[in-house]
Write a protein that binds this ligand. Structure first.
Ligand code: ATR
Length: 262
C-alpha cells in the first residue's frame, strides 16, 4: 500500500505541501499519497489520532496547530524542544514523535542561494514563533551573532532569555525597531507585517548585504527597500521547500535536492 501523508491546518486550502511532496516522490521514485486535512479549531487532537489510527505514515502541521502538536508529542527532537513548536509528526514504537523542520528549511534555502552562514552576523526582525524556530538551526549552521529586533522589545528580550542556553556559542542581543542600525551579512524579515500588508521601515544607517523575507507571494515593503539598495534578496518559498524536504527525509530516508524544486 502507498504510504499515506497529510498536512493539517485551519485554513488549509492554501497549502502547497501536497504538490511539493508529490514532486519529491516522483523525483525519488517513492509511492505516496499526500492530502490536505482541515481540522476544526477544537479538533486537532482527534484528527491526528484518527489519521494515525488509520495507518497514516506522517503528518505536517501548519497554522494554528504547531504549538498543540508540540504539546501532544511523546517524543521530541532537540530542535522542536527549542522551537516549542512541531511541524512534522510520525509514529514510532507506538509513540507520537515530533520534529520542527522550519529552521533547517530556512538554512537550506539560504545555502541554496550560496549566501554564506559560517561566522556571519544576522539581524532577524520579529520575535514570534517564526523567529524562535530558526535561531538554533542558524547557529548550528555557523551563525555567530544574531540581533533580534522587535516592535515589542520585551518580546525579543524574552526570546533571548529563553534561547541563550541552547546556543552558547552565539552572541544574541535584542533591540527595538526604532534602534535598527549596524552592519549585518543577512537581514531576515520574520514578522507577519507583509502578510497583513504593513510597512516595515529600514533606516539608512542599517547596512546589510543580503535580505530574506520569510513570507512569499505577498507585496513586501521590506523586500522593496532591500532591492532599492541593490543587495541580493529572496522570499520564503525556498524555506517552504526546505522544510518539506527535511520532513520528507525524516519519513522516507531520502533527501531530494532543494535546487531541483526552487
Ligand atoms: P509568527 O508565529 O509568524 O512569528 P507571531 O507570533 O504572531 O507570528 O509574531 C508576529 C511577529 O511579527 C511579532 O514579532 C510582531 O511584533 P510584536 O511582537 O511587536 O507584535 C511582528 N509584527 C506583526 N506586524 C508587525 C508590524 N506591522 N510591524 C512590525 N512588526 C510586526
Amino acid at each position: 500500500m502507498r504510504k499515506q501523508f497529510a498536512v493539517i491546518g485551519n485554513p488549509i486550502e492554501q497549502s502547497r505541501s501536497p504538490e511539493l511532496h508529490h514532486a519529491f516522490a516522483e523525483k525519488t521514485g517513492i509511492e505516496l499519497d499526500y492530502v490536505k486535512r482541515f481540522a476544526p479549531l477544537d479538533g486537532f487532537e482527534n484528527s491526528v489520532a484518527t489519521f494515525f489510527a488509520e495507518n497514516g505514515h506522517g503528518m505536517n502541521v501548519t497554522v494554528p496547530f504547531k504549538e498543540q502538536a508540540f504539546a501532544l508529542c511523546e517524543h521530541l527532537s532537540e530542535r522542536a524542544k527549542i522551537a516549542k513548536a512541531v511541524n512534522t509528526l510520525w509514529m514510532k514504537d507506538g509513540k507520537l514523535h515530533g520534529d520542527n523542520t522550519d529552521g533547517q528549511g530556512l538554512v537550506a534555502a539560504i545555502q541554496a542561494l550560496d549566501w554564506s552562514l559560517a561566522n556571519t552576523s544576522i539581524l532577524i526582525i520579529g520575535a514570534g514563533g517564526a523567529t524562535r524556530g530558526v535561531i538554533y538551526p542558524l547557529v548550528q549552521a555557523g551563525v555567530k551573532k544574531i540581533v533580534i529586533a522587535n516592535r515589542t522589545l520585551a518580546r525579543a528580550e524574552q526570546l533571548i532569555t529563553d534561547l541563550k542556553d541552547a546556543v552558547p556559542e552565539a552572541q544574541l542581543s535584542a533591540c527595538g525597531l526604532d534602534d535598527l542600525n549596524g552592519t549585518f551579512d543577512i537581514v531576515i524579515n520574520a514578522t507577519s507585517a507583509s502578510l497583513s500588508g504593513d510597512v516595515l521601515v529600514l533606516p539608512e544607517n542599517l547596512k546589510f548585504n543580503h535580505a530574506y523575507e520569510m513570507a512569499y507571494g505577498k507585496a513586501s515593503s521590506f523586500l522593496d527597500q532591500a532591492k532599492a539598495r541593490n543587495v541580493p534578496t529572496a522570499e520564503g518559498f525556498g524555506m517552504l521547500v526546505g522544510q518539506a524536504i527535511e520532513a520528507f527525509y525524516i519519513w522516507n530516508g531520502v533527501k531530494p535536492n532543494i535546487k531541483d524544486f526552487l
